[in-house]
Design a protein around this ligand. Structure first.
Ligand code: NI
Length: 139
């Protein structure tokens, strides 16, 4: 088979975590207006679905873009061990930014970028509910 084009491989992971959306930059009333129920002081949980898309040339020897066991190992070590069944507000990455799913998506992208071969990570997509998803590609 010929062709030097890029191929893409995506894989889904489950991530359960809790968060509370609140920022000290806003008043209590402004926080409620911005975040609604998600500003509840007791926090709440989500079963996030994290989709990681990697891309690159197909290795002629293996026929693969990336070995999925390598990707799983990186996602487990960098993302799941850090965030799964945790309170996102307690993570150092969210000490100075609100753990919205936009920011979670960016945090996951940054952590994976450091753990995968240069240029392989294309994007991270996080589904928060069946109706909401967020996507970040680092651009
Ligand atoms: Ni929420």
């Amino acid at each position: 088979m010929s062709g030097a084009g890029k191929a893409y491989f995506g894989r889904r992971y489950m991530l359960s975590a809790s968060h509370r959306l609140h920022t000290d930059a806003l008043t209590a009333e402004q926080n409620r207006a911005a975040y609604g129920k998600c500003n509840n002081p007791h926090g709440h949980g989500h079963n996030y679905i994290v989709e990681v898309l990697v891309g690159g040339p197909v290795d002629p020897a293996t026929g693969m873009v990336i070995n999925l066991m390598d990707l799983d190992r990186t996602v487990n070590a960098k993302i799941l061990e850090r965030f799964d069944h945790r309170d996102l507000n307690g993570d150092a990455l969210f000490a100075t930014q609100v753990p919205t799913t936009e920011n979670l998506c960016r945090a996951i992208y940054g952590l994976l970028q450091g753990g995968l071969p240069a240029g392989q990570l294309e994007s991270v997509r996080v589904e928060e509910t069946e109706n909401n998803f967020f996507e970040y590609n680092g651009a």
